[in-house]
Ligand binder design. Sequence first.
Ligand SMILES: [Mn+2]
Length: 359
Amino acid sequence: MTNHHGTEAPRFPSMEELSTCDYGNERTIVVGHMHPDSDSVGSAMAYAYLLNAIGIHAIAATTEPVNHETKYALSVFGIEPPEIIRNVSGCQVILVDHSMTAQAPRGIETARIVGLLDHHPGGEINVCSPYVAVCEPSGAAASLVYRLYMSCKVDIPVNMAQLMLMSILSDTRNMSRNVTETDREAYDHLIRIASIPDINELYGKMARALASYDGMTDEEILESDYKEYEAGNIRFCIGDVNAFGEAEVCKMTERMAVVMESLYPSCGLDMLFLIVNNKKEDDSGIRTMMAACGNGAAELLNQCFGGYDGRRFFLFSRNLSRKTTVAPTLISALEKLGKDEKTVDKDVDITTSRKYNPD
Ligand SMILES: [Mn+2]
């Protein structure tokens, strides 16, 4: 078993290690984070297939319908989207592509977590002993699922190769961002199996589908890629929205800021953040625009990244990634603020209540 977000090189479990744990007669639900993206969907489906291949009854699920990008890729492959399970209360689950309670499906408090596979830093969820947790930085969670296929010596069928490639293309923006050795190895192997005639064309159409937001309300656009976090006793979310070209980036930020203001009073979160990324690769104008809502949120954003336009928004000439830059920076800033407060206020510190997997 690998240790939770450990620093030593992880060892991936063998088929024996994965299959000798007692999963009981119950089906195991493999599910990604709320507001599922292509990586969450592809990872869950490929992981569920692998478990069935080694004799563990598993199904893949999503908490909500898949987004436009995933829908497009699945239609090209001729694969049905997974079952929608909105609440996992009382279920046996394996979580993929997240390891934070704030992003987990509803009902997770009473679910039995028998597996975890994630590539994001900073998660606090742990699996029940002796089940398997694989947490390692990589561009896509699906690349870690690929490593599981290798360590368990399970053959990868064409449709599973397609699903894992869909995930990797999406999370690494066609192998241009956050690519690790694991992603490279997975990509090179999967592309030989997947029989996709033109991978760049597929990615181009996926990216266009993702930023099209056709037929969606502004609230649905904000919630289409939206993740919640908790750090230093502050609950916050970061929405991640795409637009083509500087003018659209500005317009989209204005629209999303209106939604954030209207959601804020009833959402139960302390701070709301928004990232709008410019997907037009040759546009040298604004690459990322951010907005903040809630007490101290704009001050925190400015302290972490600067870029304040002196009115409402934050402007950057580089693309900022939620996964690798914005979320980790905000989490550590809030944890530090929380610790500073702890010297006067003796509340439970969530950072010290976090347990690591023993081995
Ligand atoms: Mn991911």
